[in-house]
Design a protein around this ligand. Structure first.
Ligand code: ADP
Ligand code: ASP
Ligand code: MG
Length: 625
């Protein structure tokens, strides 16, 4: 009836009993008339154990040898599961990534899939066998054939890529939770299960720390329209569908690297309000955005840069028709936000900029590819466009620029990313966002697992916590076109992915040059090397100090429904203020708001925000050990 790809994660195949239970489920699915490819992870915590062994021998093991080592974990599981199936009388064959022909870049420990040979897979399927494939691994195509791995958690990506290559009816990800929940049930036991979530929302959640799905798996599902469901391997519950709109036909060649950007968008109906020099203490953002939402002002991007002395700058954008109201509310509240204790700070000032535009590149192919944003910044620099604000999400990078430069910026970006003029570039208004969820849900129509008709979407679907980030800041970068391009180009050359990027609003003239600070977050493992590299460059280029803070946590809310709904940001900031948690940085995109807070308060922040949005259910989740 159907061709299904199933993937079982580490806990689901953590023991002989679990492998036998998986074999039973596979057997039942075949008996119901389906053909099956099964992708498996290493048993239990095997991969962690192998990493630990390597670290005992070398503090910085060679990446090729690491791939050689880690890929063995999955090889154990495929053989055992095949045997278990054969014991049940079900013909089965195990295959490594190389045997299947999962061809990847020659990039050890983080290879992207280029293409998947389907000949041998299809032959075995047609012979009535279940093909059991080792997840997380592939083989490089260039030079001598090498074993590569896709990055931790990468078996999800193997499974969805195989489903795309085989044009399978759907892909099921079996794990130790009943599906995708509003947050990690290990941190909040009252997290609630969702029936369905859009690929865009899931991409954000996965990238912001929800490890239930590998973000690249969601990216492939979105790009190729693979119907995807996350379910528990312990029960028969229907799980959570990850829905996508029907994609345009895409070649299966260069599967994970083709066309990272498929749209250029712009919005000229924007204005910016900035509040400079507000005290750096809990509750300030909550008061400001609380008042703004009471006045029904809908804000778009919000940015709070790193503090300078004891004060912060907060900036936000609104659509032009409501600028006057936004400015009035901000001016009215500004005096109340000034620090009482420090008269020097009594200079908080409201700054308004009318003629700005937002230009964005959009597409689900930017994850872990720092070169894409760098190329956008370089393109704008070459067109002599100065970037005033940057906002990044997994599916979009937006830059606020002078309105007079918008046409030039859009034309340059269309050329650089090969987007045909007039074809798909679109004017983005809050109500015409391409991110609206539930538009033509893509789920298998033949399957009994089809989700219920979509319910009205709440503004916030999920909350995520990332404790593996570090913050870097560069002080006093000259404020002229090309600076972001230079900085993020350098990071891209070193393969360092950047997440939140924030330029300060405050501009200071030093040695006759206007300068601003710029701050961004990176993976904690990249923090030290990025700092070292940038410190060297800073000295050569006359930039200021490079500052690294590794003790941060990033807590984020995600939901396509927050678009055009005033008050969502205010509620998040208020929840943090009530816990006396100081917000160090704020960055938003259309469907997410992220705050950097002190690391030791990360879990408390997550719990408070989850409760504030009413996401907690009455049942408690117990995750199997
Ligand atoms: P597997 O080994 O099956 O791939 P993972 O450990 O990679 O499983 O992912 C499942 C885990 O993801 C869950 O046990 C849960 O702790 C965690 N998780 C984090 N955020 C979420 C979320 N929003 N919904 C469900 N699980 C989540
Ligand atoms: N075994 C690998 C890991 O633990 C891949 C995976 O399970 O997805 O990261
Ligand atoms: Mg996983």
């Amino acid at each position: 009836m159907a061709l299904i790809v199933q993937k079982y994660g580490g806990t689901s195949v953590g023991s002989v009993e679990r492998i036998q239970a998986v074999a039973q489920r596979v057997y039942k699915t075949v008996k119901a008339g389906n053909s099956l490819v099964v992708v498996v992870s290493a048993m239990g915590k095997t991969t962690d154990g192998l990493v630990k062994l390597a670290k005992e021998i070398s503090p910085n093991p060679n990446r090729r040898e690491m791939d050689m080592l880690l890929s063995t974990g999955e090889q154990v599981t495929i053989a055992l599961l095949s045997m278990a199936l054969q014991e049940l009388g079900q013909p089965a064959i195990s295959m490594t990534g190389a045997q299947v022909g999962i061809v990847t870049e020659a990039e050890h420990s983080r290879a992207r899939i280029l293409h998947i040979e389907t000949t041998r897979l299809t032959r075995h399927i047609n012979e009535g066998k279940v093909v059991v494939v080792a997840g997380f691994q592939g083989t490089s195509s260039t030079g001598e054939m090498e074993i590569t791995t896709l990055g931790r958690g990468g078996s999800d990506t193997s499974a969805v890529a195989i489903a795309a290559a085989l044009r399978a009816n759907f892909c099921e990800i079996y794990t130790d939770v009943p599906g995708i929940l509003t947050t990690d049930p290990r941190l909040v036991a009252e997290a609630q299960l969702m029936d369905a979530i859009s690929c865009d929302e899931m991409l954000e959640l996965a990238s912001l720390g929800a490890k239930v799905l590998h973000p690249r798996a969601v990216e492939i599902a979105r790009n190729y329209g693979v119907p995807l469901v996350v379910r528990s391997s312990w029960t028969d519950q229907p799980g959570t569908w990850v829905t996508s709109a029907k994609p345009q036909g895409r070649s299966l060649l260069n599967l994970e690297i083709a066309r990272p950007v498929d749209n250029v968008e712009f919005d000229t109906d924007q204005a910016k309000v900035a509040l400079l020099r507000v005290p750096d203490k809990p509750g300030v953002a909550a008061r400001l955005f609380g008042e703004i939402s009471r006045q029904k002002v809908d804000v778009d991007l919000i940015i709070q840069s790193i503090h300078e002395g004891n004060s912060n700058d907060i900036a936000f954008t609104v659509t032009t028709p409501i600028l006057k109201r936004a400015e009035a509310v901000t001016a009215a509240i500004a005096p109340a936000l000034r620090s009482q204790s420090n008269p020097k700070l009594d200079e908080a000032e409201v700054m308004v900029e009318h003629n700005i535009a937002k230009v964005s590149i959009a597409g689900a192919g930017m994850i872990g590819r720092p070169g894409v944003a760098a190329k956008m910044f370089a393109t704008l620099a070459a067109a002599d466009v100065n970037i005033q604000m940057i906002s990044t999400s997994e599916v979009k990078v937006s830059c606020v620029v002078d309105a007079a430069e918008c046409d030039r910026a859009v034309a340059a970006l269309r050329t650089a990313f090969e987007i045909e003029a007039g074809s798909r570039a679109e004017l983005l208004t809050p109500n015409s966002s391409p991110l609206t969820p539930n538009s033509s849900l893509l789920t298998p129509n033949s399957s009994p697992l089809t989700p219920h008709s979509p319910l009205p979407t709440p503004p916030v679907r999920g909350v995520a916590l990332d404790l593996n980030q570090a913050r870097l800041a560069i002080r006093q970068l000259p404020d002229r076109p090309g600076m972001a391009a230079k900085l993020f180009g350098l990071l891209a050359q070193h393969n360092i992915s950047v997440d939140m990027i924030i330029q300060s609003q405050r501009c200071r003239v030093i040695d006759g040059v206007p300068r601003r600070d710029i701050a961004f977050t990176v993976s904690r493992i990249d923090g030290e090397s990025a700092k070292e590299m940038l410190t060297q460059v800073a000295a050569e280029l006359g930039w200021g100090e490079v500052v690294l803070d590794s003790a941060i946590a990033k807590v984020s809310i995600v939901g396509a429904g927050m678009l055009g709904q005033p008050g969502v940001a205010a509620k998040m900031f208020e929840a943090l203020a009530q816990q006396q948690i100081n917000i160090q940085m704020i960055a938003t995109s259309e469907i997410k708001i992220s705050c950097v807070v002190p690391q030791e308060q990360g879990v408390k922040a997550l719990q408070a925000i989850h409760t504030a949005f009413g996401l907690a259910g009455s049942e408690k989740f117990v995750v199997p050990a």
